[in-house]
Design a protein around this ligand. Structure first.
Ligand SMILES: O=P(O)(O)OC[C@H]1O[C@H](OP(=O)(O)OP(=O)(O)O)[C@H](O)[C@@H]1O
Ligand SMILES: Nc1ncnc2[nH]cnc12
Length: 229
């Protein structure tokens, strides 16, 4: 069963972002006015709700991949359609700006191998942040820090290059999916080993039944979509 997720976080929300599109419906703006919300903010949230429905509809499911018992959710179709790709990037940018505000944006976007590489660099550019990859072990030259982890369908090792994140830099970890949370938690341990200030996580999709958030500690965790199918 699909369900739209609210982007949830435990931190301050400084909403300075503009709506995904300025084409807000009169009905939603006026409803919000009656509830005491600023019309522009409500128009933006209604636009975001429509965006989420579009994105959820584009995902594909593959039962028993890569191993029996896993219902694999494929996010690659989001990038096959130019309009959906653009909508996705705008929605992710808005989530970050709503959470942190212009003044407290991340310095570094850390994207996870491999699907965090599909949108991490584009998002970093939009936010004026640098992009740093977390890669599977043995893929990057030079000294690296390493963390072992378990994910929904196996075990692995992640690495980051030493010096890629400078001590005190504000880091946002991004990936396509949070399932058990093992991958994201390992990435967090690498960021901390490098002295980075981990300010939060951003995912396109969450599988809440697997309770991955429980591994991610006290920083904000933002997800655009969720599904328990
Ligand atoms: O929350 P978890 O249980 O850790 O699972 C989530 C991770 O699993 C998938 O990556 P995968 O390891 O399959 O790598 P890939 O992107 O290279 O296919 C997904 O892209 C996340 O990174
Ligand atoms: N069910 C799933 N679908 C796609 N990617 C995943 N990564 C971990 N679990 C996944």
């Amino acid at each position: 069963m699909n369900a739209l997720a609210n982007a949830t976080s435990s931190s301050q929300a400084a909403s300075k972002a503009s709506p995904i599109s300025t084409a807000a419906t009169n009905a939603s703006a006026s409803d919000a006015h009656e509830r005491g919300q600023p019309a522009a903010a409500a128009a933006g949230s209604s636009e975001l709700a429509r965006t989420k429905i579009t994105l959820l509809g584009a995902l594909k499911r593959f039962p028993d991949f890569p191993i029996p018992g896993i219902n694999f959710i494929d996010i690659l179709p989001l990038f096959q359609d130019v309009s959906i790709h653009a909508t996705l990037l705008r929605a992710l940018e808005l989530q970050v700006l709503e959470l942190f505000g212009e003044q407290a944006k991340p310095d570094v976007i850390v994207g996870l191998d491999a699907r965090g590489f599909l949108f991490g660099p584009s998002l970093a550019l939009r936010l004026g942040a640098s992009f740093v990859p977390v890669r599977k072990k043995g893929k990057m030259p030079g000294p690296c820090v390493t963390a072992a982890y378990e994910k929904e369908y196996g075990t692995d090792f992640f690495q980051m290059q030493e010096g890629a994140v400078k001590p005190g830099q504000r880091v946002l970890i991004v990936d396509d999916i949070i399932a058990t949370g093992g991958s994201a938690a390992a990435a967090a341990s690498l960021v901390k080993q490098l002295g980075g200030d981990l300010i939060g996580y951003l995912f396109i999709l969450e599988i809440p039944v697997l309770n991955g958030r429980s591994k991610l500690g006290d920083v904000p965790v933002v997800t655009l979509l969720e599904t328990n199918e």
